[in-house]
Design a protein. Structure first.
Length: 216
């Protein structure tokens, strides 16, 4: 199964897709995580992407599409791919269709996680991330057992620079302008399923698994 999970920043895509990948053996592809890694390593790609990411803007299609193309090539033999944060533009959606067609594969389902803007801002500004393993926490709704430390691996938690309120709002505006049109794009192709991203992690997980037809 090849799936896309879309939704505004803060909808919980990363948290949910990581659980799906761990639980069912899907490959989790997140350009945001790959780009943050590239920035950390100081690679060419990281240097080109850094300023866009800090401003909450999209990295140009050409860069992100090439990044995805090289990663998809490594997916041979997995149970399928779940994309988190790609595509974010119509150009990326078309490129994804072509990449899958070249591999004689389809995009089976697109999950649209819906979340009101005020809740997205609350989640983004309270988010903390493990620098070592990438697990997400929230200061209020999912605090770590020991302050500033990851429950899973003990790594240090940090706040993403693009999770400040100003940048969070900029990212939400970009989402509405560039990414929301994909809802219509995929609905017209008959692959879209919308679910609510409200509530706790377990509630959303149950909705997501139901939408994907995965039993527990
Ligand atoms: P995310 O972790 O998905 O919130 O992504 C963090 C940042 O990485 C975004 O604000 C963009 O600057 C960049 N980014 C991630 N995915 C994409 C994409 N599909 N297209 C362009 N830029 C992206």
């Amino acid at each position: 199964m090849n799936a896309v999970v879309m939704g505004p920043p803060g909808a919980g895509k990363g948290t949910q897709v990581k659980m799906l990948a761990d639980g069912y053996g899907f490959l989790h592809l997140s350009p945001g995580a790959l780009l943050r890694q590239a920035v950390k390593e100081g690679s060419d790609l990281g240097a080109q992407a850094k300023a866009y990411m800090e401003d909450g803007q999209l990295v140009p299609d050409a860069l992100v599409i090439e990044l995805l193309r090289s990663r998809l090539a490594e997916t041979e033999g997995s149970r399928g791919v779940v994309l988190d944060g790609f595509p974010r533009t119509l150009g990326q959606a078309e490129a994804l269709g072509e990449m899958l067609a070249q591999r004689r594969q389809n995009l089976d389902i697109v999950i649209n996680m819906e979340l009101p803007e005020a809740e997205a801002v609350r989640r983004l500004t309270g988010r903390r991330v493990c620098r070592q393993c990438g697990t997400n926490y929230h200061l209020v709704s999912k605090p770590p057992a020991s302050e500033g430390r990851c429950d899973s691996c003990g790594g240090p938690l940090y706040q993403r620079s693009d999770d400040s309120e100003e940048t969070a709002r900029a990212r939400l505006a970009v989402y509405r302008r560039e990414t929301e049109p994909l809802v219509e794009f995929y609905a017209s192709r008959g692959v879209l399923r919308s679910i609510s991203g409200q509530g706790g992690v377990a509630d959303v997980r149950a909705r997501l698994e139901r939408a994907l037809g995965l039993g527990r």
